[in-house]
Design a protein around this ligand. Structure first.
Ligand code: 26W
Length: 820
């Protein structure tokens, strides 16, 4: 049912009024950005009614609440998504047209709230969408970074980072909630005092610096169910005139430092993905949002419950990787020092409230904090971790008497460091991986000792994505076609897509499907022309790799193969070759020099290939600048081939792979992460699988690596490609790509050359690419394959993932908000 607010006339009136009220302008005078704001306020108004209604329903029904604790939420734009979920996109589009406005232009005015890096942050955003849609009460807890993920500009082929000042015009979909502010304390020391009344020690934290945490709430709308949940992100403000305790009075320097602390703490998102830097400010950020969120959760619980020992019946904290793991010690602190519980009771509650998700096995991503830093910054929390560690070591000794290896491998504090994953596993009641293969690797390799000691904690939750954003909003043509064929239920039940299988041999349906793909390719071609100035042919195969730039994801393998194809075409101009457009999009962490060089290489290859008239436009290479959620939606819809080519065992799950599949692009990939399950769903004949298996890779790794020299010396075509990195083919500066060349071959290169088996998998990849070309030439076969990818993607909805979390870990209650 359409809300009154979204009746066209009402809506138009409201937009005009907002423009007047906000900017003292008429619609004709207002800029597109101002109109975006006005439209958003109209939409927010409707959302706020549902938000209040949801709050009322929750108060009445008292459901268990999940707090999804995450340093990152990669939300993407809110306006279009909210309109989809409110069932009002069509009406609003028409209303805007009647006002002479294009909804796409209006949507384009919104900055992408990019408060995340990549997979982990986007997963958090998909989960919030599914939680609201499935009628569960959930809070996202995070940080309101002033500057989110940097904007990527490409200058002379290099990545240049520009600040992302997403709040500069004010963000319409947030609400400041100063009445829920909390204090967070850093530094200082702990004084112990005997408490004769309760017959126990009292720990008093003194000499600290305090920061005020102020929450901003963003509404998370469910699909067509009136549910509005909350993403609560914390801003930091100086404490002045806020509970300044007597200790601080007159301490001018401390006051100034507190002011600085508040100013820096939420300033910027660390743009590291899968690489731990050990920066003090990052630990401050973690403790800041965790402490504030826990305080708020406990306060909320106590408003309507008087027995804190039953907290776990109403509350669960899900820790999105180890980044918020300090939560377990902070919860202990709050339960003991604030609520007055003893250790055993506090531990019992904590271990029933906290659960941990692991998102990576990359060893350089594992968070370990130096004791010195940790104990200085969080003295009381560190004391608690020490005690957790002491008790855990006793447990190890009891279970494995005399086995010091176990202590060495499992201790929470060891080698001068606090190991956050160990803390999360010991204190959490659930440990999950994010795809079947990933969970098996955790159990049998990375976390083997923990799995053997506490097998009951380990479980798998294969990731998913929300079809509301990545099909309904991102690919309206295909969404309408699907609805036309099987009805609209797929929007909340993606398993319905399997009904499309009956069209796999229906020529008319296949043609419609491919016509939509073509139109989406034209849309992307237009985007590329506007943003990159490169003309690409929508009749060519759109072969796409978009994701963070990382060596393990092997964009380098992709571009080396492009060079190889280029050489082939040059050497055999008469050769039969189906035109191909290789499209890349990727941000590299600002400090990751080799990753940035790979971007430069892609752009240098693009320069040469795209400007070589002798190849008749058979090959094009495009690097899409500033890959982010908003352009991702357009990119997935237009893909023919989905590149998922990580070194097996390294990609925990991947979620881009699922977005491509949903939009009808077959996977060209390794048997890694969720690719394994994608192939299982769609059938091997509808994917292009290549490369070494995770077992083979792990086996090599455990036995000192493999020998890329052998390949270099015996495969002249690969050798030619490598030579071209350093002989001036792609840069007159022959040193430009020396480091990349060395990384593949140089034995002095630590820990070993070609760590990611690029040469080892090259031939197998090239053969798989050949199979892609053959398949694409057979139009009917390709159409069937593409359609079947969409039809078999039902498993990969985040609705399914969330329901599994609810059934196995969270045990939430369904709430009813919308009365029928
Ligand atoms: C401490 C620096 C740091 C920052 C981010 C370490 C690790 C991370 C993330 C855990 C990296 C990440 O985003 N992992 C991705 O998580 C996705 C969601 O589960 C998976 O689909 C991806 O395979 C995984 O790389």
């Amino acid at each position: 049912m359409i809300d009154k607010q979204f009746e066209k006339e009402e809506f138009k009136k409201s937009v005009k009024e907002n423009v007047k009220f906000l900017y003292r302008k008429t619609l004709e005078e207002a800029t597109q950005e101002q109109i975006f704001q006005a439209v958003s306020y109209t939409v927010k108004d409707v959302i706020i009614d549902n938000w209040l209604k949801s709050q009322k329903a929750y108060e009445k029904q008292d459901p268990k609440i999940v707090y999804y604790m995450s340093m990152e939420f990669l939300m993407g734009r809110a306006l279009g998504n909210n309109l989809i979920n409110l069932g009002a996109y069509g009406e609003v589009k028409e209303a805007l047209e009647e006002l002479g406005l294009d909804i796409n232009c209006i949507e384009d005015q919104e900055p992408d709230p990019a408060l995340g890096n990549g997979g982990l942050g986007r997963l958090a955003a998909c989960f919030l969408d599914s939680l609201a849609t499935l009628n569960y009460c959930a809070y996202g807890c995070g940080i309101r970074y002033r500057y989110g993920m940097f904007k990527q500009e490409i200058r002379d082929g290099y990545q240049v980072e520009a600040p992302d000042n997403w709040l500069k015009n004010g963000y319409p979909f947030e609400l400041r909630r100063p009445e829920y502010a909390k204090e967070v304390h850093f530094g200082g020391y702990v004084r112990v005092e005997w408490d004769p009344v309760n017959n126990q020690n009292k720990f008093i934290h003194e000499g600290y610096q305090a920061v005020k945490a102020v929450p901003y709430d963003m509404p998370i709308t469910g699909y067509n169910n009136d549910v509005v949940n909350t993403l609560r992100i914390w801003d930091a403000e100086p404490i002045v005139d806020f509970n300044l305790d007597s200790f601080d009075k007159g301490d001018y320097h401390n006051a100034v430092e507190q002011e600085n602390l508040a100013r820096t703490i939420v300033e910027v998102l660390y743009p590291n993905d899968n690489h731990m830097a050990g920066k003090e400010l990052r630990l401050k950020q973690q403790y800041f949002f965790v402490s504030a969120s826990l305080q708020a959760a406990i306060a909320k619980y106590k408003k309507t419950h008087d027995d804190i020992t039953k907290l776990h019946e109403k509350v669960v904290f899900q820790m999105n990787d180890t980044h918020p793991t300090v939560a377990v010690a902070e919860l202990m602190r709050l339960l003991m020092d604030q609520e007055g519980l003893g250790w055993d009771q506090a531990w019992d509650i904590t271990t029933k409230c906290c659960a941990y998700t692991n998102h990576t096995i990359m060893s350089e991503a594992l968070e370990k904090w130096p004791i010195e830093l940790f104990s200085r910054l969080l003295p009381r929390v560190y004391q608690i971790i020490e005690e957790i560690n002491r008790r855990f070591i006793l447990e190890i000794q009891q279970k494995y008497p005399g086995n010091f290896e176990k202590i060495k491998k499992m201790a929470i504090i060891y080698d001068g460091q606090v190991k956050m994953a160990h803390l999360a596993i010991v204190a959490g009641y659930s440990v999950n991986g994010v795809a079947r293969l990933h969970t098996e690797i955790l159990k049998n390799q990375e976390l083997k000792d923990f799995y053997e000691m506490m097998p009951e904690k380990f479980n798998n939750k294969t990731n998913g994505i929300t079809q509301r954003r990545f099909l309904a909003h991102g690919n309206p043509l295909l969404a309408d076609w699907v609805t036309d064929k099987i009805g609209p239920d797929w929007i909340t039940d993606l398993s319905q897509l399997s009904k499309l299988k009956v069209y796999a041999d229906d020529e008319k349906a296949l043609q419609e499907f491919m016509t939509i793909k073509f139109k989406n390719k034209e849309r992307l071609a237009k985007y590329i022309l506007e943003h990159n100035g490169v003309e690409v042919d929508p009749h060519s195969i759109f072969d796409i790799q978009v994701k963070r730039l990382h060596e393990y994801k092997r964009q380098l393998l992709n571009i080396l193969h492009v060079i190889y194809l280029y050489n082939q075409i040059k050497a055999h101009p008469e050769m039969d070759f189906y035109p191909r457009t290789f499209i890349f999009g990727a941000k590299a962490s600002a400090a990751y020099a080799r990753a940035k060089k790979i971007i430069k290489l892609i752009n240098c290859v693009a320069d040469v290939v795209n400007n070589d008239a002798s190849i008749n436009g058979k090959l094009k290479v495009v690097f899409i600048e500033n890959y982010r959620v908003s352009n991702a939606e357009i990119i997935f819809a237009a893909a023919d081939v989905s590149e998922q080519i990580s070194t097996a065992s390294k990609e925990a799950s991947g979620t881009g792979n699922m977005k491509f599949m949903l939009n009808g692009a077959p996977t060209l990939g390794t048997m890694d992460g969720a690719n394994v399950e994608i192939v299982q769903e769609v059938g091997e004949e509808n994917a292009f699988i290549f490369g070494m298996s995770s077992d083979q890779i792990i086996n090599y790794e455990n036995n000192g690596g493999y020998d890329p020299d052998f390949i270099y010396n015996t495969d002249p075509e690969i050798r030619q490609v490598l030579m071209q990195l350093i002989n001036g083919t792609f840069s007159s500066d022959t040193e430009m790509f020396r480091d990349i060349y060395n990384s593949l071959l140089d034995k002095r290169n630590m820990p070993r050359p070609d760590q990611y088996f690029i040469l080892g998998d090259f031939r197998s990849y090239a053969e798989a690419q050949k199979r892609v070309e053959e398949a694409y030439k057979d139009e009917k076969r390709w159409a069937k394959m593409a359609l079947l990818n969409t039809a078999c993607s039902g498993k990969f909805t985040s609705d399914r993932t969330i329901q599994e979390y609810v059934d196995d870990i969270w045990h939430l209650d369904k709430v009813v908000v919308k009365e029928n």
